[in-house]
Design a protein around this ligand. Sequence first.
Ligand SMILES: Cc1ncc(COP(=O)(O)O)c(C=O)c1O
Length: 405
Amino acid sequence: MTAISPHASVSAPASEARTSGRVFNFGAGPSTLPDDVLKQIQQDVWNYRGSGIGILELSHRGKEYDKLIAEIDDDLRAIGNIPRNYKILFMTGGATSQNYIVPANLLPPGGTADHIVTGYWAENTLADARQYASCSNTKATIHVAATSADKNHSYIPADADIKYSASQGRGGPTYVHITSNNTIYGTQWHRLPKIPEGAFLVSDACSDFFWKPIDVTKFGVIYGGAQKNMGTTGCSFIVIRDDILERANKDIPRMLQYGVFSREESRPNTPPTFAIYTVGLMAKWIKAQGGLAALEKLNREKAGLVYAALDANTGFYTPHVRKEDRSFMNITFACKGVGAKEGGGGMEMDARFLADAGKAGLAVLKGHRAMGHGGGMRASLYNAMPLAGAQALAEFIGDFAKKNG
Ligand SMILES: Cc1ncc(COP(=O)(O)O)c(C=O)c1O
């Protein structure tokens, strides 16, 4: 494979606007991929590493694929500082399928899982875990330890507001589930909750894994779909500590068992080879950028530019999230009620913002309907969004407010 070189445009200034006919894609996932990764894919679709066979056609039992998955495992460990006593697994069904795969594997009979519910995906996780508990014979309990629903998920609960099951007269939880970044509402955990002794932390890190270096040993399980910071759609990643993996339930169907995926190198059946290969390319690209520390610096700079533009125009825009809980990945905001009915949240102005941004090559900025008021705007600034994209958006935010304020 051609080495993935440092991506020229990832830190290039906005003045070097895109010339390739592509726009800046602020979509929340599937999301933008680095140019170098896309070019490598173009080559490999035709002929993967000189094998004469394209990546879409490559056997998951052949020696090229053996080499590929070993390389991906090594690269992810090196970049993410993932210790050897954790396994990295790939499954299908996205992060959403982990909503039942996690309790199916990890909840012992009669066990309890505590959930901290900080957004749309966390609510789905809770509902699916409860459904699992209710229809299985595990007699498991799913307990809500805290929720930010009272303020439309615009903040992350403080430790003092988290009431674990142990304090409610039940046994302590086996694990505590959090969603590290709330893609739709735009909050992010910038500290970890203090969890009860004996429990481990399970994190849905679908939209912020690999945005910066983290201490993996603080977690029992980290999972997500790869389609944001890590690659494209079709595979989910699971990073799981060995002792948790070893005691995972074995009386569930084979295709749900983490143990089976671990023993069979994430290929008990035909795996999503292309999606897994793309994770490998992203890993090489991250390495070429200087690793996660370099990406964190860049990600902070990108988000800083956009938040600064919003904060400089508070008469015109309303950011959704409390300042200290703002996400570096997904920035959510709306225009104030200009030209809209009282309480209308500036929906007409939002629509104009989105249309004008689209004309300026700033695409897929519409917020999620769960936000209410038509969704407002959401700018996703994952690893592959170049600095120029954030600069262009920040400039546009300022100019639009001047023109329409
Ligand atoms: C935090 C979070 N969890 C879960 C999901 C669902 O992921 P998937 O579509 O891979 O099931 C998403 C998707 O955006 C997400 O952002």
